[in-house]
Design a protein around this ligand. Structure first.
Ligand code: SAH
Length: 395
């Protein structure tokens, strides 16, 4: 790999890189040697010229996303090595060879030392989402590395980046297969079946990150009347059914999501009448549920996509949770989540705390939830901890 330009930092601005934080903000840059284009591979140097990292540059406040620290220029085998490391983690944690689960995240951006890249494995098909031009430009090397590392376990690679690449880059990426071909398929997670459509579905087709939380839910579901808000594929719904729920209602504002939920429920529990799904806005639906439910799941989309939206997002979480607290049956259990990266664990907990106070309910925390092992958090990059959840006992 040959760097196309050199980024020289202002004096003293190397500190966070020396602590292995993988982002260089534009304000930390003193000057650039060479001409720079979005996505270029650059070396990052201290003001005295010493090379300390290599990364991809981008136009924006995060000017460089570092994937390699130190002065050594990354070898051509670098991506393969990173993917081997990522795969090894999924093997060591039992996911890659599990018999009851064949869907997992294989590459989780900074968490796997590959900022700007997400790769999800769906029973043979890897769905890629590039979030930086730099990663997108090396996509052929990534696909080759995936083929080398996964061997026969890889059937196809689908690139779904048209919507995730920075629009300012103007590269007009199209979604499509980069290797092989497959079509929407069926996957299993802890024995539960899901239809996944990576070509048409949201994100890469499925929210893999709630796997362990869905399983935990099933442990609490026995005999309960369950409300699953923002249900999308219905994962929490049939986890509740698997756990012996008495009835399960699923709500989503998207008719497509409700169709998918119904299909998935039918796949797992053909003819089971315990489940019903409704197309509705969850904020409206929660206005008037009286005390019908004793287990409620709130798993909304990210309310804050950037820091500027933080306070509005916190208001949203507060309002949503307050409505659930007001109406859940005494002795009920609330599973509540935030997947906004800019909302910290404390922010979220405070919003839920305020919601409980507004509703005037007695609330105890049973579990504090996070993302699963295939969404690892790089300890030097705390921003990578995006999924936060609380399981609450409401008296
Ligand atoms: N819980 C899901 C993931 C939720 S994704 C799972 O485990 O897979 C968020 C979902 O919220 C999307 O399906 C989206 O259609 C839905 N949504 C967004 N805003 C909504 C609203 N105001 N009311 C109802 N559903 C909404």
């Amino acid at each position: 790999m040959q760097p196309q330009a050199r980024v020289i930092l202002k004096k003293g601005k190397e500190e966070s890189l020396e602590r292995f934080h993988p982002w260089v903000f534009s304000g930390a840059i003193d000057r650039i040697d060479g001409t720079l284009e979005e996505g270029d591979l650059v070396s990052v140097q201290k003001s005295d010229g010493k090379i300390i990292a290599f990364g991809h540059c981008a136009i924006g406040s995060i000017a460089v996303r570092v994937f390699s620290f130190g002065e050594e220029v990354p070898a051509d085998s670098f991506w393969k090595h990173r993917i081997e490391q990522a795969y090894e983690l999924r093997q060591k944690t039992g996911l890659a060879d599990a018999t009851d689960t064949n869907v997992f995240r294989l590459i989780h951006g900074e968490g796997d030392g590959m900022p700007g890249l997400i790769a999800d494995y769906y029973n043979g098909t890897v769905v890629l989402q590039f979030h930086t031009v730099g990663m997108w430009l090396v996509r052929e090397a990534i696909v080759q590395a995936l083929r080398d590392v996964l061997g026969k376990k890889l059937v196809a690679v689908y690139d779904k980046s048209a919507k995730t690449l920075p629009f300012k880059a103007d590269i007009q990426a199209k979604d499509g297969y980069l290797f092989g071909k497959s079509s929407a398929g069926e996957v299993i997670e802890y024995g539960n079946k899901f239809k996944v459509d990576w070509e048409e579905g949201q994100k890469t087709g499925f929210f893999i990150d709630q796997r362990d939380n869905r399983r935990l839910l099933s442990e609490y579901a026995k005999g309960k009347d369950v409300l699953n808000m923002f249900c999308y594929t219905g994962g929490f719904s049939f986890s509740a059914m698997r756990g012996g729920a008495n009835l399960v209602h699923s709500v989503d504002s998207s008719a497509k999501a409700i169709e998918l939920t119904n299909r998935n429920v039918e796949l797992n529990f053909p003819g089971d009448t315990r489940h019903e799904a409704f197309v509705a806005d969850c904020f409206d639906y929660l206005q008037d549920i009286k005390d019908k439910y004793d287990l409620i799941i709130l798993d909304p989309p990210a309310f804050a996509k950037h820091r500027g939206a933080l306070s509005q997002a916190l208001q949203g979480y507060k309002r949503l949770n307050a409505n659930a607290f007001r109406q859940i049956k005494p002795g009920g259990i609330l599973f509540t989540f935030s997947c906004s990266q800019v909302v910290t664990r404390n922010n979220f907990r405070e919003a839920v705390f305020s919601a409980a106070a507004i509703a005037g309910r007695e609330v105890r925390i049973l579990h504090q939830l996070s993302q699963p092992v295939d969404h690892p958090i790089n300890i030097y990059h705390p921003e990578g901890e995006y999924l936060k959840g609380l399981v609450l006992f409401v008296t």
